[in-house]
Design a protein around this ligand. Sequence first.
Ligand SMILES: Cc1ncc(C[n+]2csc(CCOP(=O)(O)OP(=O)(O)O)c2C)c(N)n1
Length: 629
Amino acid sequence: MGTLLESIHSPADLKRLDFAQMATLAEEIREFLIQTLSKTGGHLGPNLGVVELTLALHTVFTTPEDKILFDVSHQSYVHKMLTGRLDRMDTIRQPGGITGFTLRTESEHDCFGAGHAGTALSAALGMAVSRDLSGGTENVIAVAGDAAFTNGYTFEAINNIAVQTKRMIVVLNDNEWAIDRNVGAIAHCFHRIVANERYKNFHDSAHRFIERIGGKAASQVAHRAEEAAKSILWPSVLFEQFGLQYYGPIDGHNIPLLVETFKFLKTENRPVLLHVLTQKGRGFQPALDRQKKFHGLGPFDPETGETKPRGQLTYSEVFANTLVKLAAHDERIVAITAAMPSGTGLDIFREHYPKRCFDVGIAEGHAVVFAAGMAARGSRPVCAIYSTFMQRGFDPIVHDVCLQKLPVVLCLDRAGLSGDDGPTHHGLFDIMYLRGIPDIVLMSPKDEDELADMMKTAFELPGPSAIRYPRGTGPGAPCKPEPQAIPLGKAEILRDGSDVAILGLGTMMPLAAELAERMEADGYSAALVNPRFVKPLDLDMIARYASRVAAFVTFEDHVKMGGFGSAVLEALDEMGSQVPVIRIGWPDQFIEQGHVDDLRAKYGLTVEAALAQLTPLLVSRQHPTLVAG
Ligand SMILES: Cc1ncc(C[n+]2csc(CCOP(=O)(O)OP(=O)(O)O)c2C)c(N)n1
């Protein structure tokens, strides 16, 4: 670790450094990030891009009194390093370690937690208004990437800021990238300002100017930028129409310029937006060459940036390959992603069908209504959105898709525990929020081949459907050359039995199968069922087993409350059955980051936990080994 970095225990230490020392510190931070994240994995590119910006923020402002909010907060690692967590950076995203996002309980310097995009401006406005009401004087600064400005929440906040407060600073950290390239009219508008020749000339002279006078006249610089921008470019007009004074764009890697500008903005008695240009991945060539990959990744070689090659196809890739196949036979099929083409696999589909693939930006709600509109006009849209982000699409799913019975296929990637990203990213609520909606069909495949079959099934349905599948790879079941539709609402009986019915939803099938094996080995007759459908449930199957077995066991990678097991319980209740249901799923609490297997063990999503609850219920059944004895 570099010597300057070691001497920074809190932002107060940073405030003692001169600009030359801060420049050295910036390089030490970059090296530290590359070395540390090469072992832990994490959001390297975004953090390499905000080193100088974060140094400047903590030099001018004083947390925890001043409030700095990071949108998504995946770019808060440097902030963590400067606010007393340097010695725990090697635990970032690890079990028991610090998180990869801001978290109020982790540090008093983290004034607001995040993980989902688009919340920083609304939350910052809330803080500013609360401050104004109580006569506080602190500064409130929202730092948001250019992709956050593709999000509705951000614009809903912008619509309110100037009306509700006189003092709030918005920093637009513009690096032209979301995870993939940023999209839409906003991205185009931001890009124009960067590409403009007049701006470039101005920008160069601003550098020389600020260096020569040591930053004294930052306000003049900002105003000149404003004038230059106003006469030719659009972002200033956009933000000023909303009552935010626009400054910039300025070089987000020039520490003196940033520091002097923030000092000036601190004195402004009106809401301001500072447009800062940064380079994602700065200082690490592999990250500059492969922006998407280095947005966020697992461990890598710190010299070359290489990661371990993956053997098997992920569920996302199987989804994409299947969609390519199905789209070849049905030209009505279109695909929609909300800023996650590579995450969902839709970049593969886009290569084949560029005109039938739509990246709408970080706009999940819009994505679902947009899909509904396309479906109403005759297209067959699939919306591929992570389970956790589909939470943003809940009302559109109810109001626009299901109420109108429109044939939209919702593909919920990363359903279930997400592991190291932690509670903001676990997809543990989708069954709960979807299964209460009338007319939706909700499926979950046990393997890759069944995902393909479920997609085929979904496209044959006249109305809405959703398929939930997990992050990463599955059991590796090879896909049939052509997917086959499966009968609606019919479970797959993998093994019949009469003592216990074990239902393993989707990714939990291996645990269910292991439990069934163990029961059989103990002499019980265990039915093993792949439910396939959460809705409509296979009521015939449930009624059949209810008349025979001493208990049901359900396994799901989802919260127990309102989940698949609850659906089985409700169905039994409606049938007037008293057969108990042992529900294995996540408890009613937010689950921390960690390795999936460790967390399953900790929270009782195990065969042992199921056995412990099941065994007492089987005493009424004559145990064959006891009979023999
Ligand atoms: C609601 C929501 N949808 C999608 C994501 C996934 N996501 C994480 S970071 C990111 C891109 C962020 O880009 P930007 O805000 O410009 O920051 P940068 O990484 O470029 O610094 C996306 C789409 C998310 N976190 N939240």
